[in-house]
Design a protein around this ligand. Structure first.
Ligand code: ADP
Length: 259
């Protein structure tokens, strides 16, 4: 292994579960809100397993063609270009379909035969079936539908995966993450984590998503590089959360008291 190990603080049994899923060739689904360490965890596991990682950030325009491949015109010739999923299937990489529920329905259809005992990818434009390399693994994430604006994943798709929920870590782990990620003083890390915890408990604010570890890491980075603490918390934590002026002001006042 050449590259530096990505920093990942284990929160539960996810490392062991992932290793066993990999060994047994079962696709893995990470559920949970944004900024809770899902991508970092996959980077870490790919490094630990010494496997190449290909990440695709899915959005409403992501189609099976984007993943499988297409013909392109080069000079006078038409040549076939493998998409990232085909490349991963052939090379034996881990493919991480981030926010899979956002992609077009044909993406879900395309991965079906890869998620069961067949472990094959059908390329309709070539009329070919490709057997997955022994090290190929399909990983996907999605943001559960209890939050507004996010799409659901059908049970028939979900049941093709081993699934684990990712959530905000405990206070102690989150403080460790902030210190490791930014070298910030423990006392400031603790205050930031308390702010995160406090805002997460304010469910009456009706925020679409609440403070993620990512936002707290960003605030810690800004403070560590010299931005005044209150300003750092305003721009890294409060402003990204909401555009409602009243809520913004209330959160700013609260944070000013706590930092
Ligand atoms: P997600 O993929 O869930 O949206 P990320 O993996 O991008 O979230 O995490 C956002 C940031 O939060 C990371 O860049 C890292 O700084 C931090 N982070 C969150 N959870 C952890 C963790 N368990 N260990 C290390 N860093 C974490």
């Amino acid at each position: 292994m050449s590259k530096k190990t990505p920093y990942y603080h284990e929160v539960g049994k996810e490392v062991e579960v992932f290793e066993q899923s990999y060994k047994n060739k079962i696709p893995f689904l990470l559920k949970g809100p944004t900024g809770t360490g899902k991508s970092r965890f996959i980077e870490y596991m790919a490094h630990q397993l010494d496997t190449k990682l290909i990440t695709i950030a899915c959005h409403e325009e992501t189609s099976s063609t984007d993943l499988i491949g297409r013909y392109i015109i080069k000079g006078a010739q038409t040549i076939w270009l493998d998409g990232p999923l085909t490349a991963a299937v052939k090379e034996g990489a881990i493919i991480y379909l981030d926010e899979i529920a956002e992609a077009r329905p044909d993406v879900i259809v395309a991965i079906h035969s890869l998620t069961d005992h067949r472990r094959e990818l059908y390329i309709d434009k070539l009329g070919e079936n490709i057997k997955a390399h022994k090290n190929f693994m399909l990983v996907a994430s999605f943001n559960p539908g209890y939050q507004r604006g996010f799409k659901e994943l059908k049970p028939s798709t979900r049941q093709r995966f081993v699934a684990m929920a990712f959530d905000y870590p405990t206070e102690k782990i989150e403080i460790d993450i902030l210190i490791n990620e930014t070298d910030i003083d423990a006392s400031i890390a603790k205050k930031l984590v308390h702010i995160g915890g406090k805002i997460r408990n304010l469910t009456e604010l009706g925020l679409t998503e609440t403070v993620s570890t990512r936002l707290l890491v960003d605030a810690a980075k800004l403070i560590h590089s010299g931005l005044p603490k209150r300003l750092a918390v305003h721009v890294a934590v409060v402003e990204p959360l909401t555009d409602d002026l009243e809520v913004t002001n209330a959160l700013r006042d609260l944070c000013d008291l706590m930092i």
